[in-house]
Design a protein around this ligand. Structure first.
Ligand SMILES: [Zn+2]
Ligand SMILES: [Zn+2]
Length: 243
């Protein structure tokens, strides 16, 4: 057998083992709840820290637009990295394998938005580090109010991005449609390319940064259709729990 076929078989086996660990051990789901709790607590503390600063309406709108663009880009980059991550036999392997299932069938449990915000924030381990760093920065250094708001908005919009992706896959409400038409949330048509094509449209807050992300992806990554998407080929869809 050719080497790449052997590698693919090995990855498929590692993927199934990783998912078995994810499903059988409450440890990984418990870890997700802890991550969600840490993210939301840090977000609340950061809001408490920045709210006393007044920067005026114009600056607020400007900062929110910059934060939207940056958040869409940063989260798109992490999505790009994760879509190509195949370290299923590492400590984080079960979380990585579970992440890849968003390509197999984007299965979401229908829940109230606040529950979605909490549960989906639990997958963002990097966000805990980011929010803790922002808190340290705000507490230890003289940061300008505009920069403080910018950094805090990125921290919150990164969770909102998960809600945007959820709504994109599950909601046909008029409000979601209006928000996606005005570029505040991800539109179904724009995001569909990520699932139908290969190595494109990784952004999932509103998709504004996808043109830049697509250039980066083309330059640095091979795509997921012929790599990580093949690793769940023998994973039983019937055993796939709703996320
Ligand atoms: Zn993806
Ligand atoms: Zn999707």
């Amino acid at each position: 057998m050719e080497t790449h076929i052997v590698d693919e078989k090995l990855k498929q086996m590692q993927f199934n083992n990783a998912m078995a660990s994810y499903s059988s051990r409450g440890l990984y789901k418990g870890f997700g709840y802890l991550v969600a709790l840490a993210n939301i607590t840090l977000q609340a503390v950061l809001v408490y820290l920045v709210v006393p600063y007044s920067i005026g309406l114009f600056a607020q709108v400007l900062v929110i637009i910059c934060a939207y663009l940056s958040t869409d880009f940063i989260n798109g980059l992490t999505h790009m990295y994760m879509d190509h991550n195949d370290h299923y036999d590492s400590l984080a392997g079960p979380l990585i394998a579970n992440f890849h299932l968003h390509h197999k069938i984007p299965k979401y449990k229908i829940n109230p938005i606040l529950i979605v915000y909490f549960v989906e924030t639990g997958s963002k381990v990097w966000l805990v580090v980011y929010l803790a760093m922002v808190m340290a920065l705000l507490c230890m250094f003289p940061v300008t109010p505009m920069l403080a708001y910018f950094l805090v908005y990125i921290g919150i919009l990164s969770s909102l991005a998960e809600v945007s992706h959820y709504l994109c896959h599950t909601s046909n409400s008029r409000l979601t449609l209006i928000f996606s038409q005005y570029g505040l949330l991800l539109s179904k048509k724009h995001h569909a390319r990520h699932h139908l094509e290969d190595n494109v449209n990784y952004a999932f807050l509103n998709g504004w940064s996808d043109q830049l992300l697509n250039l980066i992806a083309k330059q640095f990554y091979p795509g997921y259709k012929n790599t990580t998407d093949k690793h769940y080929a023998y994973y039983d869809a019937l055993n796939t729990e709703s996320r």
